[in-house]
Write a protein that binds this ligand. Structure first.
Ligand SMILES: [Cu+2]
Length: 340
């Protein structure tokens, strides 16, 4: 009898241990993982995922690198003319941690938002091979002068499809490009846009050049932006000030790609800038510290700082600046180690 009780107790202990083992969370279960749902929402969970979703690749985006990066393409010459070949690949399956803990399913040209900044000289022949590696139909619609069939509107490129856009670069200026597939709002707010800079023949005067694409992120899909930025990452240049040199000309190519909100703007502290709307005129239209832009409005800002120090630049629509569209120029005097 006693031995039977002992046996039963042992069996109970063993089954309790087994149950404990079964219910003990494994490493895989405790690890937070990120998933993308069918609707494109990004969720984080420790638990089991029953709805068939997929684990996305994440975007590595460096706003410092993007700021001063220009893509000149593969350059060749045909009949005495400069030809620039580019390849742009669209995807819609990547996820970016746009702000700590905020994961967003971005749609990308060449893996980033914004897409690459293309640069050419007026009169160059541009050949842009577009490969759609996304799950949805996409195109590239360039602003600027080109034939109708190169407009990226009536030539939808389905998943796995390709299209070569070929046109002469021009006019000299700053031109955004973006996907032009319906619903356009979604294809833009997800990140399918970038900038094409066309230089005048003979180039531009030397300057510290940089690109700022002003954008918004609707991370909860309610048709309103939750975050704003210059170059996608909210507050990035506020936490990582852009170092510039006192007395040296800074040239900012700026484009507004914010969806949903009718206007955006750009305010510079402690200084004024010469503003060239669309960058198409050699003479600035304004000398100001504030311009207002609707979507795809763009231009060139040029300025020099006299006094070293830290200067804010931000949207003067306070809601936008408080939700991320804010940065700092750190002006340093050449040769002064402390920037004084
Ligand atoms: Cu698209």
């Amino acid at each position: 009898m006693a031995s039977r009780r002992l046996l039963m107790a042992a069996a109970m202990l063993a089954s309790a241990a087994a149950a404990a083992l079964l219910s003990a969370p494994s490493d895989a279960q405790t690890e937070r993982r990120t998933f993308v749902t069918h609707s494109g929402a990004v969720i984080e969970t420790h638990g089991d995922v029953l709805d068939p979703m997929y684990t996305p690749s994440t975007v590595e985006f460096d706003p410092d690198e993007f700021l001063r990066n220009f893509e000149y393409g593969r350059v060749s010459e045909e009949d005495g003319r400069t030809v620039r070949d580019y390849t742009i690949v669209a995807r819609d399956d990547l996820v970016q941690e746009v702000s700590p803990g905020v994961f967003f399913n971005v749609w990308t040209f060449n893996g980033t938002v914004p897409g690459p900044t293309l640069r050419a000289t007026e009169g160059d022949l541009l050949r842009i091979l577009f490969i759609n590696n996304g799950s949805k139909t996409h195109t590239i619609h360039f602003h600027g002068v080109h034939p109708a069939e190169m407009d990226g509107v009536f030539e939808p490129v389905g998943p796995g499809g390709r299209f070569t856009y070929e046109f002469e670069a021009g006019p000299a200026g700053v031109h955004p490009y973006h996907c032009h597939v319906m619903p356009l709002e979604e294809h833009i707010v997800r990140g399918l846009y970038g900038m094409l800079i066309v230089d005048p023949p003979g180039g531009r005067a030397p300057a510290d050049e940089m690109v700022m694409v002003l954008n918004g992120l609707d991370t909860d899909f309610d048709g309103e932006n939750n975050l704003y930025a210059a170059n996608t990452v909210p507050f990035y240049y506020q936490h990582h000030p852009i170092r510039i040199e006192a007395g040296k000309t800074v040239r900012v190519y700026v484009a507004n790609m914010v969806e949903f909100d009718p206007v955006n703007n750009f305010h510079l502290h402690g200084n004024l800038y010469r503003y060239y709307p669309t960058g198409t005129d050699a003479v600035p239209a304004f000398y100001t510290d504030m311009v207002t832009m609707s979507q795809t409005e763009r231009g060139i800002m040029e300025f020099e700082y006299e006094h070293p120090g830290r200067y804010l630049f931000h949207a003067h629509k306070v809601e936008f600046s408080e939700k991320g569209w804010s940065g700092i120029f750190l002006v340093e005097r050449q040769g002064a180690p402390d920037g004084a």
